[in-house]
Design a protein around this ligand. Structure first.
Ligand code: ZN
Length: 294
């Protein structure tokens, strides 16, 4: 009798202890946390129903300045693994160490693995602490890099949940096919672009520009407001390049961008470097650049 009670208690105890490598949520799905929204799209495409994906920097949040909430810190304890952007996004530079100190068993995968990071355009270093990061962190905005992200995330799921490895690999294969089509679509559309220079407030489109032979002119530096003198310089540069659109993003104030737009007799137009629906978003961005460069 005693023995049976002990066994039942033991079984109950075992039932509440999470397994070491996969942490199931109430729904029984693996829990995964990623830094930014586009990475959540990749993780969901790779894992389908097998995982519940959470994002650290929420919609509208700015990864260059975001600070996680206490409940997000707690959520890391129930996470099978974490996928970071890995390219020098300030949020990660400021917080990754703390995440790992608080959760020593947390496995972190680097989505930038294998990606050739580009240097920031001259004078546009993203600053963190006392040194200036020399790479442009926004690599996910080129579909060719998206293909590498797909492989890295499929590798992460396969490692953490080897049983379903074939499914993750197959989903990645399909996703990469789609991204190849997306790349060809964008290339085709932008071939006929009249003005290949474009002006952005925050310089998030360097990889996109590099992939499709465009020239990004950036207004803002290191997230700081522009001085009147810098504003004047940007307006002159934009006029010389025949630019009539200032691209803005939802994560940044548009006040100065609007002043620049008035200065060149143009308009502002929003393009989102952090949208969840990666494929749809890059098609919309392509259309915006096409219109802006007519
Ligand atoms: Zn940025």
């Amino acid at each position: 009798m005693m023995k049976r009670v002990t066994i039942v208690l033991l079984l109950l105890l075992l039932a509440v202890i999470p397994s070491s490598c996969t942490s199931p949520s109430e729904s029984g799905r693996m829990r995964v946390v990623v830094s930014i929204q586009p990475l959540a799209w990749f993780a969901e495409r790779i894992a389908g129903d097998l995982a519940e994906v959470r994002v650290m920097v929420p919609p509208g949040g700015n990864p260059h300045t975001y600070e996680p909430l206490p409940r997000q810190m707690r959520m890391l304890a129930e996470t099978a693994f974490f996928v970071k952007a890995g390219s020098g996004v300030e949020f990660e530079i400021d917080w990754m160490e703390r995440f790992m100190t608080l959760n020593p068993s947390l496995t972190v995968y680097d989505a930038a693995r294998g990606v050739a990071l580009l240097p920031m355009a001259a004078g546009h270093g993203h600053q963190h602490g006392s040194s200036v990061f020399r790479y442009d962190p926004h690599y996910w905005l080129a579909p060719r890099n998206g293909m590498l992200i797909a492989d890295t995330i499929a590798g992460a799921f396969s490692k953490e949940d080897p049983q379903n490895s074939a499914l993750y690999r197959e989903n990645a294969r399909r996703l990469k096919e789609e991204l190849e089509e997306l790349d060809a679509f964008i290339r085709g559309r932008l071939q006929g672009l009249g003005n290949r220079s474009f002006l952005v407030f925050h310089p998030a489109w360097g990889y996109f520009a590099h992939a499709y032979g465009l020239h990004q002119i950036a207004a803002e530096e290191e997230g700081k407001s522009l001085t009147p003198r810098q504003m004047e310089r940007v307006i002159l540069q934009a006029r010389e390049a025949g630019i009539t659109v200032v691209f803005v993003s939802p994560q940044f104030s548009t006040a100065q961008a609007e002043t620049i737009a008035r200065g060149i007799g143009g308009v502002t137009r929003s393009v989102d470097p952090l949208a969840f629906s990666y494929d749809e978003n890059l098609r919309a961005v392509t259309a915006a650049f096409l219109e802006g460069g007519r």
